[in-house]
Ligand binder design. Sequence first.
Ligand SMILES: [Zn+2]
Length: 281
Amino acid sequence: MNRSVLALFAHPDDEAFGTGATLAHYARSGAQVGLVCATNGDVGEIAEGVDATPETLWRVRQDELRCAADNLGVHDLIFLNYRDSGMAGTEQNADPRAYINAPAEEVVRRLVGIIREQRPQVVITFDPSGAYGHPDHIAIHNHTVAAFHAAGDSAQFPDDGEPWQPQRLYYAAFPQSFWARLRDELAAAGEDVSQWDSAEAGDRGWPDDQVTVAMAMPDTVDAKLAALECHASQFGGENMFRKLPADVMRDLLCREFFALAWPEPAPGLILDDLFAGLEVA
Ligand SMILES: [Zn+2]
């Protein structure tokens, strides 16, 4: 049985920052790598100098994600083609085409079909907060958790493929120490970090002691950087990582972190690999 990993995110570029080095790492080591993107990032801000309008942005971002997926070595890239729901509290939330307004049963059915076809042992998505509360991030989290558990149940969606139960569900989970280091590196580079230090900013990130897998992947950070460059409409000249010295940027970006969500880990469990201890590893 080949190793297989499936990552499910909401927008083009969600995959690159949190999991790009990891997806490239497993693709290079011979695992099957699948990526599901729920929306086309239709309503985000457009970085300066990019040839896109609000009308064409969905197509530009699909092409950017194809470019990124190629660089990462993703084998199967699947667009669900929902509309970006926009940030919480914006008028886009009410658009009937918005991903957050799609019936959960419809989305979960599609994800179950994809899981049963791809047969991953490892599934990755956002944490319950959607990393920073974007409604689409929270939606793909909820739909993925439901599909993860339904895919192996022959009584659910019996017309959507042979049952397949993935063995592990992980959340991409940058820990508080990562954000604290990024803040310090930005300060050292002379950037204004007052927003980071404001009371409203609070504690960014996942508690360090709940991170199950922390991987440093200098061998695939170039693939991740290339993927980020593909996302030109989002990874513009003002991106905070571009303010850092190149060696610092690479050292930060090569590190990715995952919290095991299912099966529920024993407190303090540390794994050195997403597949560690699985019979396929
Ligand atoms: Zn996103």
